[in-house]
Design a protein around this ligand. Structure first.
Ligand code: PLP
Ligand code: NAG
Ligand code: NAG
Length: 383
């Protein structure tokens, strides 16, 4: 499939200047394979993201030559110039998706083109060059295929795919990168959903904002995550385990931790509704978020909306017992219910429900059935 794809990319094209067209041939068909002979590590996975497979994909870019041939090679350390701008100014970004081995033995990715497109969007905002999404996806498919023996047939183990894109510009000057490295690593992980985690206790903080209008909250860039650890440590001081990110004077609800958020409630007009904040530039366009919207809209059982929600609306609904469930969602955990919120010195508790009757249980099951190939769907991509 890859051979028929041939890509030319415009990297720089500025109006008013002589158009400089640089050929960027990053072709999956050029892929070079250097296989590792290391054995598969059968050790149990405990902590997220600590067990890596034997191979990695690296693709170098520079402004003179464009994209070099993609390389799948033994997993190993990178060698970076200590001055390189990804280390100093966080000119870097990442993605996160998973490979699942279905009951039929087939390995599948879940809506991976959405990750490729989001990655290009983040690259644009970091002034790193774009690439052809289907070419990168084909290289990733190949990488997963090479290391597929790491992925057992199991409902609780997946391969977490981490594409990473960094500037390798060897300068302390803050300039548009002329050198970059795109690499992909695979980590064997256990599903959070299978670990029976407790419901989240959120610190609805009015002190730190994850994002602002015109910021980069809608990009997966390292800079937007590093400092959130500080807010999380403060949340722990209040006995909470995640941060609920609010925005603006009316304490608009945006996201929770590194997840998108959904509220299942009876809204102000007495209608049953599943609501999540709209993609207004501050919200990370999650693949899980989109999939939950798509699924529940297909069910047609209640109103599904992308709308702003604020703390006042949530607290009155909790008071009036109009809240059914609130939950975070993302690739790592699929869905994670909220148990309580600590807000302006008060604890708010969510109604406890039978696990089996919860919306999150049904959503998890339907998404898993697709990811594991039990329900045929064009959302899956075969490896
Ligand atoms: C990755 C991420 C999400 C979830 O996105 P998915 O594509 O569903 O994994 C939500 N919010 C933030 C801030 C994220 O970084
Ligand atoms: C790679 O880096 C890690 C952490 O710095 C180090 O422990 C390890 O020895 C390095 N591996 C090699 C092969 O150099
Ligand atoms: C993302 O990070 C940048 C740099 O740390 C920060 O300026 C911004 O407020 C953060 N959130 C946004 C804008 O989405």
């Amino acid at each position: 499939m890859a051979d028929r794809l041939f890509i030319q990319q415009k990297v720089y094209k500025k109006t008013g200047l002589i158009s400089k067209l640089i050929l960027c041939v990053h072709q999956a068909a050029d892929l070079i394979l250097q296989l590792s002979s290391a054995p598969i590590n059968e050790q149990d996975v405990s902590a997220f993201g600590t067990v890596f497979t034997n191979h990695m994909l690296t693709i170098e870019w520079d402004a003179t030559h464009g994209w070099r041939a993609p390389l799948i090679r033994p997993f190993g350390n990178l060698s970076l110039h200590p001055g390189c701008s990804s280390l100093h100014y966080s000119i870097q970004l990442f993605e996160g998706l998973k490979a699942y081995r279905g009951d039929d033995g087939q390995v599948r990715l879940f809506r991976p083109m959405l990750n490729m497109e989001r990655m290009i969007y983040s690259a644009k905002k970091t002034c790193l060059p774009a690439f052809e999404p289907s070419e990168l996806l084909e290289c990733i498919r190949k990488l997963v295929e090479v290391d597929q023996d790491w992925l057992p047939q199991s409902n609780s183990i997946t391969l977490y795919i981490r594409p990473t894109y960094i500037s390798t510009e060897p300068t302390l000057a803050l300039t548009k990168p002329t050198r970059a490295l795109l690499y992909v690593i695979l980590s064997k992980v256990r599903s959070y959903a299978m670990m029976g985690l407790e419901d989240m206790c959120l610190w609805a903080n009015t002190k730190y904002e994850r994002t602002t209008k015109g910021g980069t909250g809608d990009c997966k860039m390292g800079c937007n995550y590093s400092w959130t650890l500080y807010a999380l440590s403060e949340a722990k001081d209040y006995g909470c385990n995640e941060v609920l990110w609010l925005h603006g004077d009316n304490h608009q609800i945006t996201e929770v931790g590194k997840m998108n958020i959904f509220l299942h409630w009876i809204n102000e007009d007495g209608e049953e509704e599943l609501a999540t904040p709209p993609l207004d530039g501050m919200i990370l366009p999650g693949v899980t978020r989109q999939s939950i919207l798509d699924l529940t809209r297909q069910w047609g059982e209640f109103k599904v909306t992308e709308r702003c929600l604020n703390m006042h609306q949530l607290c009155s609904a909790l008071e009036q017992k109009r809240v059914k469930q609130m939950f975070g969602c993302g690739t790592a955990c699929t869905v994670s219910p909220v148990g309580s919120i600590y807000y302006q010195g008060e604890h708010w508790y969510f109604p406890s429900q039978e696990k089996s009757s919860q919306l999150t249980t049904r959503i998890t099951k339907e998404l898993r059935d697709i990811q594991y190939g039990r329900t045929p769907s064009d959302w899956t991509y075969l490896v």
